[in-house]
Every structure is written in structure tokens, then in C-alpha cells.
Write a protein that binds this ligand. Sequence first.
Ligand code: GLP
Length: 260
Amino acid sequence: MEIIIQPDSQQASQVAARIIARLVREKPHAVLGLATGNTPLQLYRNLVDLHRDSGLDFGGVTSFNLDEYIGVPPAHPSSFHSYMWAHLFSQLNMPKERINIPDGTAPDIPAACRKYEQAIRTAGGIDVQVLGLGMNGHIGFNEPSSSLSSRTRIKTLTDETRRGASAAFGGLENVPTHVITLGLGTIMDAKMCLLLAFGKKKAGAVAKMVEGPVMSMVPGSVLQMHPRAVVILDEDAASELKMAAYYNWVLEHKPAWQQY
Ligand code: GLP
């Protein structure tokens, strides 16, 4: 794992945007894995700015989102579909047919999950998978106890995760209990994983994910096994890391050709 600690989430998001922008410039038909939540919002604003102000071209890019709530129609204001269109897709030049988000209203969800996996393979696999981190260590909606080799499937949300989403759904009783999520094995197939985590409330989960054992109780810890996982943090999210001084030293002494 490469740990990049930045003074704040703005600068951390800039590093992430630079990584994605470089990929898109070098590989116009890049395949992006995208996440929702508060964490990637600044990254998406940066990508929109790069598209608008520097002509970063998303015309050949394909995307696959990580997850979606089951039973929530795409047009619902709290669906991840709505989130993605509001914060990113409406402001980029990605053709609609290259945008993939799991359909939580599909009549046959297991078949839809298999089709989603197949579509990722047909697209040539995910080049960069953007990830946030749940307070309980989840990535995507792979809650603790998820198989480390799981594929895209139905998951049941924990109470903690549902409580976290209750404001968006106007009360806990309205939060779906089930979701579709890319599996941990699917995420691990991405050529590069880019996990972002910001704020003190993520510090415990970050420390477990980066410096704790690899285990299904901390699903994000599987990234320790990924050949190219980059974890971009602000100082608050990094505050419980024992080896922060080492990670900073590594970053400061990176040769120019390795810098983002
Ligand atoms: C949800 C999403 C995750 C996201 C996590 C963290 O559970 N399924 O993909 O990483 O929330 O959300 P936030 O970025 O708002 O802290």
C-alpha cells in the first residue's frame, strides 16, 4: 500500500484528481470504478473543473459504480444514480451508454449482478477503482464478514451503515436493508485502487485497514493484498497511523518520475 497524507481533504482530492486525469490523458478509453458518499465529492468537482477548464476529455471513458440500494429507483433523490448524475455525469462529456450503475430495481438481481461482472470484463477491467471507507471498515457496501474473494452480489446492510444513511432517506425506517455491491474480489481485480478517507471519524478504520491484520471484519484491509493500492488521507484520517512519519518520508523522497 502507498499511503499519501495531505494537510487537508482539498489537497488530498487534488492528488486523486491528478492520478485520474493522467490516466484519462494516457488512456482515452480508460475504465473508471466510481464511489459515492461525501468523500469523493471534492475529487468529482476537480474532475469537472479539469474537463471544463483544461478540456480533459471523458468522451471515451467507461465507468462502473460500486453499489446501489435495492428497491430504490434510479430517479429517487437518494439513489446513487441521482448522486452520480448530480455531482459528476451531468457535467462531463461521457456518453450515457458508457455509464454503468447497478440497477437496484432489476427484476432478477442475481442475474443483474452476473451481467454487471460480465460488463466489467467486456470493458477490459477497471483501470482505477475509487473507494471511500465506511466507519466500520467497509469498502463499497462490503460489510464486515464479507468474503474477501466475493463478487458483485446482494448484501444486507448493518444497522450502523443504515443509521448513517437515515438523514438521506428521511428516517431509518426508509433506509433500504439490502444493496448491490461490487465484491471484494471484483475490487481487487482493478488495476489500481485509490482509497480516500478524510476526517477524525475515519481515523480508527484507516488504522485498522492499513496497519491491522487482513480480515473480513475490516473489509478494506484486503487492499493490503493489492499490488497497487494508493490510500490518500488528510491529517485527521491519518492521525491514528503508527507509521505516519515513515509514509511521509517515503512521499517526500519519491523520485520525480514516481510523483503524482
Ligand atoms: C457508503 C458507500 C461507500 C462509501 C461510504 C463512506 O457506505 N457505499 O462506497 O465509501 O459510504 O461514505 P462517506 O464518504 O460519506 O464517509
